[in-house]
Write a protein that binds this ligand. Structure first.
Ligand SMILES: Cc1cc2nc3c(=O)[nH]c(=O)nc-3n(C[C@H](O)[C@H](O)[C@H](O)COP(=O)(O)OP(=O)(O)OC[C@H]3O[C@@H](n4cnc5c(N)ncnc54)[C@H](O)[C@@H]3O)c2cc1C
Ligand code: SF4
Length: 326
């Protein structure tokens, strides 16, 4: 790891001011569980690390009149241990609990989880200069692509690894982005970008900007949610495929439904085609199969990951049916 300067801001204003002074060589560190790995492996070369741990005021979960606010520095473990989240937002509780190990959940933060970098093994290998690192080739395309994207891929085929992002998008979450100039609020769904829009980064953050807070509405009446995650190993692992489902159910049909898939695309993938097949209809196994097939019509599996289409079909049905049964 190269030498770097550690900046410990005393306010959000000071953090964004540090970030705007050296936008290229400056990296934000929250829990450091991802960033330090990238630095040690020589994937990024930081001149300045802005350590957000000096801002404990960014760690909170607050219930307000019509929304819930979560500070970007809140440890993931607090989402999994908070009884209000546990009782009202199963999708978020289950996603937080499915993530990594207890130790990593204690150190890793919500903001860091939403901004983490891809796990593609070619990207994580400092000796390989692929498209995402400014090179000329995607090594996964004709290489080892078992864990890569089947939807929305090209020219890079990463999958976005966060478990919290699909869950929060299913809840209609918004994020507050701070910079030295102003704050802005955008839907989390619009935070992520496909590689064809920007190869080098996975979100819309501009140099000098940081994620400050996440907000989502209070649970509506009849609203139910769940997060299902399929992993290769029984112990900790990233999702092969996951599904966050948030729905309003009346008389055994889904009046409203949001389905966000993880592990299948470079961004948390909103399954809009499946949602429109399901919405308003009486829920049956065959309707759910039809919905998954509709969503997968645009899927383009690579050489080793066609198995993900079957996983999508089964996880979508399992997750949606579990809401009807509870
Ligand atoms: C062994 C292992 C297993 C894992 N398993 C899972 C898993 O199953 N599911 C899953 O979802 N994740 C998993 N992860 C990823 C882990 O959840 C993330 O590393 C963690 O949540 C990141 O949080 P952090 O606070 O440590 O982020 P950091 O490492 O500090 O930062 C991560 C990235 O986000 C940027 N960043 C951090 N905070 C902000 C902010 N507020 N604004 C803008 N940018 C910011 C940093 O610059 C960096 O690029 C795993 C990681 C490891 C090492
Ligand atoms: S999938 Fe993306 S990160 Fe992986 S080798 Fe291809 S370009 Fe690089």
């Amino acid at each position: 790891m190269n030498e770097f300067k550690l900046a410990q801001p005393q306010s959000v204003g000071q953090a964004t001011s540090f970030l705007s002074q050296k936008p290229k060589g400056c990296h934000i560190m929250a829990g450091g569980t991802d960033l330090l790995g990238e630095m040690k492996n020589g994937i990024i070369d930081a001149e300045v690390v802005v350590d957000l741990k000096s801002l404990p005021e960014l760690s909170f979960i607050k219930r307000e009149q019509n929304k819930v606010r979560v500070g970007a520095l809140t440890p993931v473990s607090e989402l999994a241990e908070n009884s209000f989240i546990q009782n009202e937002y199963s999708v978020l509780y289950e996603a937080a609990l499915s993530l990594a190990t207890p130790q990593l959940r204690n150190v890793g933060t919500v903001g860091g989880n939403l901004c983490q970098r891809p796990r593609c093994w070619y990207y994580r290998d400092s000796q390989i200069l692929c498209l995402k690192k400014g090179g000329h080739k995607c090594f996964a395309f004709n290489g080892r692509n078992k864990y890569h994207a089947i939807l929305g891929g090209g020219p890079c085929f990463i999958v976005y690894p966060s478990d919290l992002a699909p869950a929060l998008i299913s809840l209609g979450a918004e994020v507050i982005i701070a910079s030295s100039k102003k704050e802005k609020k955008i839907p989390l769904e619009e935070f992520y970008v496909l590689p064809k829009e920007n190869l080098l980064q996975e979100n819309i953050l501009q140099p000098g900007e940081m994620l400050k807070e996440i907000q989502f509405p209070l649970k509506g009446s009849g609203e139910k949610s769940t997060y299902h995650k399929l992993k290769e190993r029984g112990t900790w692992d990233f999702a092969l495929v996951s599904a966050a489902v948030n729905a309003q159910i009346t008389n055994q049909s889904f009046k409203e439904i949001r389905i966000i898939l993880g592990g299948v695309a470079p961004i948390p993938w909103r399954a809009k085609k499946a949602e429109s097949v399901i919405k308003g209809n009486r829920i049956t196994q065959s309707l759910l199969q039809q919905a998954a097939q509709e969503e997968l019509r645009d899927a383009v599996p690579l050489t080793d990951n066609a198995y993900k289409t079957k996983l999508v079909q089964s996880i979508m049905s399992q997750a949606a049916l579990s809401l009807v049964k509870t």
